[in-house]
Design a protein around this ligand. Structure first.
Ligand SMILES: [Zn+2]
Length: 304
């Protein structure tokens, strides 16, 4: 009898023993919480690079990341642009873990909005929605090791995308990785952009790493969301591009059919990109699929 009891206690101890890390639970992602982040950002008004409103957004993002227990740092840098020398500010939240080759999963979103002089552009979807999703992911997955959440400034170009215009934050981030010889630390880069439309259809551009795109489809299938994800019929220049150019597996989860009818993108970069278009379920579909993707990537061999 005594022996049996001892055995039972030993078994209990084994089952309660330390594990590498607790499992990700995508269902904990709450679309309403994500919407509230977007409301907060849109409340600051238009948020182009260099604006006071973008500074408020940066402070809000940093505070939220810290509340969820992530270590937060910033990259502040200057660059000459078609509008003269400007200052930019990336915000980075890091979970526990020391990094190392192939160890880190990076999620990204831009938090600036495109500057328009002839109308008030608040970028609820383009500049807001993906930030809301990333902050809610920080809450749910902040206990996971080696997860970096990066909020890019200066995604939007001022005149036309090129080596001297647009993607300021992501280009700086990748150059910084190169300087620190940490390019090979990044197992995968997952970019989220424009993910809040009620008629959600994530259109992964062809300039994404095929093996990583396949993992996205696998994750979406696991969550019962496979029908919301497909390929875009072409390339898209976005913050994942500098990562691809550096040889880092990268994918862009973007819904580039943001408009008044299926297949149209006529709300993009217009006054129609407003808070009323942001749908909690779309944020949840994107967020839960991304969380499932993180779990798949944690257990997968290198993608390159
Ligand atoms: Zn845009």
């Amino acid at each position: 009898m005594k022996l049996l009891l001892l055995l039972a206690m030993t078994l209990t101890l084994v089952s309660c023993g330390p594990r590498p890390h607790s499992e990700i639970r995508p269902q904990l992602f709450d679309g309403q919480r994500a919407v509230r982040h977007v409301e907060q950002l849109v409340g600051y008004g238009p948020r182009p690079s260099g604006s006071v409103a973008l500074g408020y957004a940066a402070t809000y993002i940093s505070a939220q990341l810290q509340e969820f227990g992530l270590e937060t740092r910033e990259q502040v840098f200057r660059a000459s642009t078609p509008r003269g020398v400007m200052q930019f500010r990336n915000i980075i939240g890091q979970t526990r873990g020391r990094g190392g080759p192939g160890q880190v999963i990076v999620l990204g979103a831009h938090y600036d909005t495109k500057m328009f002089e002839d109308f008030r552009f608040v970028g609820a979807n383009d500049g807001g929605s993906a930030v809301g999703v990333l902050l809610e992911i920080a809450r749910v997955a902040g206990n996971q090791p080696n997860l970096w959440l990066v909020f890019f400034d200066g995604e939007e170009c001022m005149v036309e995308y090129g080596p001297q215009d647009g993607l300021w934050g992501s280009r700086f981030f990748v150059e910084d990785l190169k300087g620190k010889q940490q390019v090979d630390w990044i197992k995968a880069f997952v970019l989220l952009d424009m993910v809040g439309d009620a008629r959600l259809h994530i259109t992964i551009p062809r300039n994404s790493t095929p093996a990583l795109a396949q993992r996205v489809f696998d994750a979406a299938r696991d969550m019962g969301y496979r029908d919301y994800f497909g390929y875009f019929n072409g390339h898209i220049t976005d913050d994942h591009t500098p990562f691809l150019e550096a040889g880092i597996p990268a994918v862009n989860l973007i819904d580039f059919e943001y408009g008044s009818a299926p297949g149209l993108n006529d709300y993009w970069h217009t006054p129609h990109d407003s808070l009323d278009k942001i749908n909690p379920r779309s944020l949840a579909i994107t967020g839960q699929t991304t969380l499932r993707l993180i779990a798949l990537l944690q257990n997968s061999p290198p993608l390159r």
